[in-house]
Design a protein around this ligand. Sequence first.
Ligand SMILES: *Cc1c(COP(=O)(O)O)cnc(C)c1O
Length: 382
Amino acid sequence: MSDDNLKPATIAARAAGAMNMGDGGVVPGIAVASTYARHSDNALMRADNLYARDENDTVRQTEEVIRQLEGAADSLLFPSGMAAIAALFRALPSGARVIMQSGIYWGATVWVRDYCARHAVTLEEVDSSDITALEAACATPADLVWIEVPSNPWLKITDITRAADLAHAAGALLAVDGTAASPVLSRVLDMGADISMHSATKSMNGHSDVVAGVLSCRDADAPVWRAIAQARHDGGAILGPFEAWLLMRGLRTLPLRMERMCANALRVAKAMAAHDGIDAVWYPGLTDHPGHAVATQQMCGGYGCLLSVLVRGDAARAIEVAGRLQLFHRATSLGGVESLIEHRATIEPDTGIPVNLLRLSIGIEDADDLIADLTQALDGGQ
Ligand SMILES: *Cc1c(COP(=O)(O)O)cnc(C)c1O
């Protein structure tokens, strides 16, 4: 049975076969050494382990789990999602032209704008969920098209297959931030993307106790991938073994958690859409979402844990509703087993985010309890 034919739940549960070869344990230990010994003839005891800046078995094993889940040629872990994004942009040639989706993860937007401005990289921002807008941007040759599917917190859906065709026709690579979907819901490399990126801090780890990021590629011999791998080795943006081990542990239940989170999120989205204290619900699983048909085609098993609701009223009213919740934690981030809620305009004011928008990350609790909590928060004090 070839590993590449295994289903995600099997790959994840057995962590791609990771065991502790030292004691025969069915879970691997944590490789903590910072340096590795040589034999008396000066040969390394293991040729692939010289120094732990980029050579660590725990990190490698976690990368192998992700590589198999992504259907990738190679995967590389980084100490955060932002470090993974930075690694990709730093591999671009100077004078490059980048097309980036507008209205995506705010941290990425801020960093990319600054990086491009200071490195003579031409940056064009377009709403790629409007494929004709992306087509127009791709009429001029480019080096990289960067999209986020679904986008955070707008929940816009870009057609990944068409985006790949447009990017490639412009001579560009397509890179997809699939954090809000996870590789379980969408295998973007199979749809033509060249690079897949995830903040492993979110649903991949799933327990809100690790910060990590990962890039995966379709072609490990592509110059951009070789540059990224070399830069990680030489530049040292590595994930520590403890974090890698925790991430591997979290990944074991990723397919199971996504199943529950997606089912819960759909129920919460429907309940919120039916509540008269809510003006709008943005969730690609709802049939009236503009990206619903494309999302249904390119996601399998659900539409993710992330949704945004527009509370009827102003910013103060939205904050008041969030403040009355008893089960949701008021915190940024997403993809953990516990549900979170955040008033996004507090984080990114004056960027077009509606002031009455609350972003919800739905966890694995009982959906009825979550809906009851949201309902009491909306109904109380009206
Ligand atoms: C959180 C997030 C990131 C950044 O990841 P960190 O691990 O926080 O650095 C990038 N993209 C998306 C969509 C995110 O949600």
